[in-house]
Design a protein around this ligand. Structure first.
Ligand SMILES: *Cc1c(COP(=O)(O)O)cnc(C)c1O
Length: 427
């Protein structure tokens, strides 16, 4: 592949980095094949839901104003409902991001005096203000919703005795974050989540179990809603948007939970009946259609990154040979300088904004400065190749996405190139 090396050299990847990458790749063919098999299954699952719900050209028409009788929006929600095997789905461009979707799901189903329990430790950074762990106007705490948390055990597993003790008469919702987020704990498999839900429901059958599904969609053949979750929640500028959705979030779950979410999102009495699609339906349908394949490419990138960096002495979570349950790869780089070099490489490989240098900044919703590399068609989209992380020990970058495997590969090679050039690592 001399032509390929020549092309990569033009883009700044040295022969040494390229050859090292090729050597690593030769050991990954079986794992890549397993990913392709999951993608094929999920592709069929999405196609089946689209066929069953008779997706057709009228679904792609733009609506404006109130958006009553929006056939595109209603059909899209049925497609999501069937893919996640739930009673109902709320899939809207009016849900601005993952945090918003989670906020809607929580605030719709928690009333003053109710308690929220996280049995999986501290939730994702932005959720901490939503809940009121870090005080914020309009947090759940301000509305009289209390919060309790049970830390994971040292090995990352669930602390069942403490969880049992933490479930009370007023425990209304249990929030389970599937992905590690900005932590270095393991991501949970859908099976593990199912066991946790079963345990909680045995103690309190009517408790609502919500799963923050961000970055987990289509990584396995089943979703948390297949193992007892009452609500699964996520962002359309991550996995299920397939890179094409320019905005949006989803909540799939029981009719009772989702209809409350719709009332919270729009207004009591209005619910799912309003919400014009503003011409976004082609992107939301087509993105969902592409999502299983896009997720497979991103996952290959994550596995490649772990296998590339681990032998160089950087701790990777998950480890190079571990099974995965989301598309995020954490690489502990040990210094701010190394985080910046890594992110520069990802940025330099991007189709958009490849010429800019990422720098740490104080991002709203996050406690520490954050560095982000993203040269994305959709701003901030993290199903597109991106790397980010809070500037705090162990100085881990969280690498994710890549609309195509080839782009993910180039980005990872570029990140390594920048670390080599900065003298941080040697091959
Ligand atoms: C990204 C993410 C969120 C928040 O989503 P935004 O779209 O960034 O608001 C919440 N939880 C997890 C685990 C995430 O990865």
């Amino acid at each position: 592949m001399d032509a390929l090396l020549e092309q990569y050299e033009k883009m700044g990847v040295s022969g040494e980095v390229y050859q090292y990458g090729e050597k690593i790749l030769r050991g990954l063919s079986e794992r890549f094949q397993a990913i392709d098999e999951i993608a094929e299954y999920n592709q069929a699952k999405v196609l089946h839901a689209m066929q069953k719900n008779r997706v057709a050209a009228p679904c792609f028409a733009a609506t404006t104003g109130y958006g009553y009788d929006d056939v595109g929006r209603e059909t899209l929600e049925k497609v999501y409902r069937d893919v996640f095997h739930t009673e109902a789905a709320l899939v809207r461009p009016q849900i601005t991001c993952g945090t918003h979707a989670l906020t809607v799901a929580l605030s719709a189903n928690l009333l003053p005096g109710d308690e929220l329990l996280s049995p999986v430790g501290l939730p994702y950074d932005t959720l901490q203000e939503v809940i009121g762990i870090r005080p914020s106007p309009c947090s759940l705490a301000e509305y009289g919703v209390t919060y309790r948390q049970v830390a994971l055990l040292a090995d990352g597993s669930f602390d069942y005795p403490q969880i049992a003790k933490a479930i009370h008469a007023n425990t209304k919702v249990i929030t389970i974050q599937r992905s590690k987020g900005y932590a270095t704990r393991p991501t949970f498999s859908v099976k593990q989540i199912g066991e946790l839900i079963a345990f909680c429901k045995k103690i309190k059958p009517d408790v609502i179990c919500m799963v923050d599904n961000c970055y987990g969609e289509f990584v396995e053949t089943i979703e948390p809603s297949d193992v007892g979750a009452d609500m699964v929640v996520g962002s359309l500028i991550k996995n299920p948007g397939g890179g094409l959705a320019p905005i949006g979030g989803y909540i799939c779950g029981t009719e009772a939970c989702v209809s409350r979410c719709a009332y919270r999102l729009s207004a009591p009495g209005l619910g799912q009946e309003v919400g014009a699609n503003l011409g976004l339906m082609p992107a939301l349908f087509q993105g969902f259609f592409l999502a299983p394949t896009v997720v497979a490419g991103a996952e290959k990138g994550a596995i490649f990154a772990a296998n590339l960096y681990e032998p160089l002495g950087f701790k990777c979570v998950p480890g190079a040979s571990e099974t995965r349950h989301d598309i995020i790869q954490a690489v502990e780089l040990g210094s701010e300088q190394a985080m910046i070099a890594f992110c520069k490489g990802i940025q330099a490989a991007a189709p958009v904004d490849s010429y800019v240098d990422p720098l740490p900044w104080a991002m709203p919703g996050y406690d520490d400065n954050v560095i982000m590399a993203a040269g994305a068609f959709v701003q901030g989209s993290s199903i597109e190749l991106s790397a980010d992380g809070p500037i705090r020990p162990p100085y881990a970058v969280y690498f994710q996405g890549g609309l195509t495997w080839y782009h993910a590969k180039l980005g990872i090679l570029m990140s390594l190139q920048k670390l080599v050039e900065a003298g941080i690592t040697q091959l």
